[in-house]
Design a binder for this molecule. Structure first.
Ligand code: ATP
Ligand code: MG
Length: 227
């Protein structure tokens, strides 16, 4: 089996801008090894979030190819892509993206409820509680996102991203909205999970302290990966 978790091969991403094209990713190639922890760093507008979205199959390249574990996103049906996203990948976004009408507990359970049959609601509930306990929110199960602080919402989002035990976790500025102390705690949690679950971890960040924690830093600028 292919040992690379991610292969990005000669990827270009362009957006139509009036009559012109805006090139956001310009002939990008990179690999991420299984179980590696990489940080993607670079100035605002460099294309970091775009790259993360392409890796996670949330968006698709204009040219080139993105493969996970040797399988290209473009070779899969929409249904198979959705299954892959739900079962193999965890996403943590800078803006949390929690569902406002659901409690913390329900938000964390959601990926399992959307996944394949197999686990009972009781098992799902127990895992959700366990994850919320691990992120220090055992006393906040019934709170809705509007009743949680930014750091608490981010920790709910992290617990949710781990609900289906993904093989890869993709995080976009997971500590970007947090104060230093909370940011450090969130980073510590991610590092710990990376070690314990031996999953592939990719964090987009412009914070040096976060990038330094990674095994490798992918530096981006103007839509290109620097050497
Ligand atoms: N849907 C879109 N349509 C047009 N342009 C887009 C779109 N999405 C992103 N862009 C442009 O692509 C460029 C890269 O965006 P991206 O969000 O990947 O940057 P980034 O490196 O994540 O920046 P930041 O650090 O500010 O989050 C930006 O110049 C942005 O304006
Ligand atoms: Mg971004």
């Amino acid at each position: 089996m292919n040992n690379n978790a991610v292969e990005v091969t000669r990827v270009t991403k362009r957006y139509a801008q009036g009559k012109d094209w805006l090139t956001v990713l310009d002939d990008v190639s990179l690999t991420i090894a299984a179980k590696e922890f990489v940080a993607v760093s670079g100035p605002s507008g460099a294309g970091k979030s775009t790259l993360l979205h392409l890796i996670g199959g949330l968006d698709f390249p204009t040219e080139g190819q993105v493969s996970l574990e040797g399988q290209s996103w473009s070779s899969l049906s929409a249904q198979a892509q959705a299954r892959l996203r739900n079962q193999r990948i965890g996403f943590v976004f800078q803006a949390y993206h929690l569902l406002p009408e659901l409690t913390a507990f329900e938000n964390v359970m959601l990926p399992a409820m959307l996944g394949p049959e197999g686990r009972s609601r009781r098992q799902i509930g127990e895992r959700a509680k366990n994850l919320l306990d691990r992120v220090g929110l055992a006393a906040r199960l019934e709170h809705r996102p509007s009743e949680l602080s930014g750091g608490e919402q981010q920790r709910v989002a992290i617990a949710r991203s781990l609900m289906n035990s993904p093989r890869m976790l993709l995080c976009d500025e997971p500590t970007g909205n947090l104060d230093t102390g909370t940011g450090e705690a969130v980073l510590e949690l991610l590092k710990q999970w990376h070690r314990e679950q031996s999953m592939t971890l990719c964090i987009v960040t412009h914070e040096t302290s976060v990038a330094k924690a990674a095994q490798r830093i992918i530096q981006m600028r103007d839509g290109k990966v620097m050497g």
